[in-house]
Design a protein around this ligand. Structure first.
Ligand SMILES: *Cc1c(COP(=O)(O)O)cnc(C)c1O
Length: 422
């Protein structure tokens, strides 16, 4: 199908007037496939590589070669406090104070570590709330935590389920369930943005509801960090965890993040699994037998951190700081809204956008259900250079990322989708 010239011109103009458009050049895109330029809509799965990563990682490799063990103190970016270079930019992205933020381990590990401290079933208060269709790792994590406490997930796991014939949860229903469970609730643990539907939860309201019952409240921000506006501190969330290889472009297997609210910063009597990197910095190298945790989120660290991974993430977080989340979110809403309208205009009755229509209830991802299309539709898209992912039984997830996707990407995607459906 020929590009509609008038449309192409107007979408070019939209890109030309986009103040963020130049940021695209800071990233490496995958190679063309079958002669098709890539349309990279899987930044929700693995963010693109910032070009600066190579330089930043090379710097650490050079310092390792040149200085060996002395790099801990004398590298250009000393390794001993290396994680601290990430703390402030990361805190800005999740709406936290630096003392509430730490980059460490990986997501599921951090979820377990923080549940050890913040899921404390006692007496009748022993239930845990999670959303239906949560990411499998989160389900496995909460169920195994319940079992570690000798509790039966069939009794103690409360699963929030959308109403019949609806795909996403209503905040009022989430709150009603929390109210109903009341004093039986020990923890509310939801995704910030559900990975499958792309629904962003009203974390402020849910946190308030959870606290009213006396439960603690935590969020998995895997699909939220770097995607939507977050105010972990102001919303009074107890803890949160995330990964940095999705919207945060930290690279495959990149280091995870954790948030612990300031009001727990000096709760040294909380149960926790301890390791030497969580020990007081001033006395860590006295190597004493007594664990003395650092105040704040850093006190949950276990091990000395992966410098090469953190170097990669540093390159990406610099771009976030330069752009700023408010401007990224503004572009994100325009770009996702534009893609949504193009998909609606295809006018194919098999298509249903599962993601909420309301911009405040989603980030950049759209989950597109295509009835009876089957996996072959996805294969046809992929063959034309589209990077999107397929989730059984019938959903294609696309994430136009404001840092590096253009309005032309959205336009071309809709055109290819139309052709592949024909
Ligand atoms: C991506 C993702 C994970 C992955 O966990 P890792 O520990 O980083 O492998 C877990 N939970 C959610 C909600 C995710 O989106």
């Amino acid at each position: 199908m020929k590009m509609n010239n008038a449309m192409t011109k107007s979408v070019r103009e939209i890109d030309a007037s986009d103040k963020m458009a130049d940021l695209r050049d800071r990233f490496h895109f995958p190679e063309p496939k079958n002669g098709f330029e890539p349309i990279y809509f899987t930044g929700n799965s693995l963010g693109l590589m910032p070009k600066k990563v190579r330089e930043y990682v090379d710097e650490e490799l050079e310092d390792w070669a040149r200085l060996a063990v002395e790099g801990h103190l004398h590298a250009r970016h000393p390794w001993l406090p290396y994680h601290e270079f990430l703390t402030e930019p990361m805190a800005r992205i999740v709406g936290a104070k630096p003392i509430e933020t730490v980059m460490m381990n990986s997501l599921t590990v951090n979820l377990h570590l923080l549940m050890v401290s913040f899921f404390k079933p006692q007496g009748e208060r022993r239930k845990l709330v999670i959303e239906k269709g949560a990411f499998p790792s989160d389900q496995y994590a909460v169920e195994s935590q319940l079992r570690c406490h000798g509790l039966d997930p069939r009794e103690c796991l409360v699963v929030l389920t959308p109403r019949k014939d609806e795909s996403t949860l209503r905040t009022e229903d989430v709150v009603a369930t929390i109210d109903r469970e009341g004093e039986s609730l020990a923890l509310v643990m939801l995704g910030g943005v559900n990975y499958y539907t792309g629904q962003a939860f009203d974390m402020k309201t849910i946190t308030e509801a959870g606290h009213k019952t006396g439960a603690t409240v935590g969020f998995d921000l895997a699909h939220a960090a770097g995607n939507i506006e977050l105010k972990m501190h102001d919303w009074d969330v107890d803890f949160a965890v995330w990964c940095s290889y999705k919207y945060l472009n930290g690279g495959p297997g990149a280091v995870g993040g954790a948030f612990v609210h300031e009001r727990h910063a000096r709760s040294f009597d909380l149960d926790r699994l301890a390791g030497w990197w969580g020990h007081d910095k001033e006395t860590r190298f006295l190597m004493g037998p007594q664990f003395k945790p650092l105040a704040g989120a850093e006190g949950w660290q276990l091990s000395n951190p992966p410098i090469l991974q953190m170097a990669a993430l540093r390159a990406s977080l610099e771009i976030f700081d330069e752009a700023g989340m408010p401007a990224l979110i503004e572009k994100s809403r325009k770009l996702t809204g534009y893609l949504e309208s193009l998909i609606d205009n295809i006018g194919d009755e098999r298509i249903e956008i599962v993601t909420p229509r309301e911009p405040a209830e989603r980030g950049c991802q759209l989950s597109i259900r295509v009835r009876n299309a089957g996996r072959s539709l996805h294969e046809r898209l992929v063959a034309r250079g589209v990077y999107a992912d397929w989730r059984e039984p019938d959903v294609i997830r696309v994430a136009p990322v404001p840092l590096y996707n253009s309005f032309q990407d959205a336009f071309r995607f809709a055109q290819i989708l139309r052709e592949c459906l024909a």
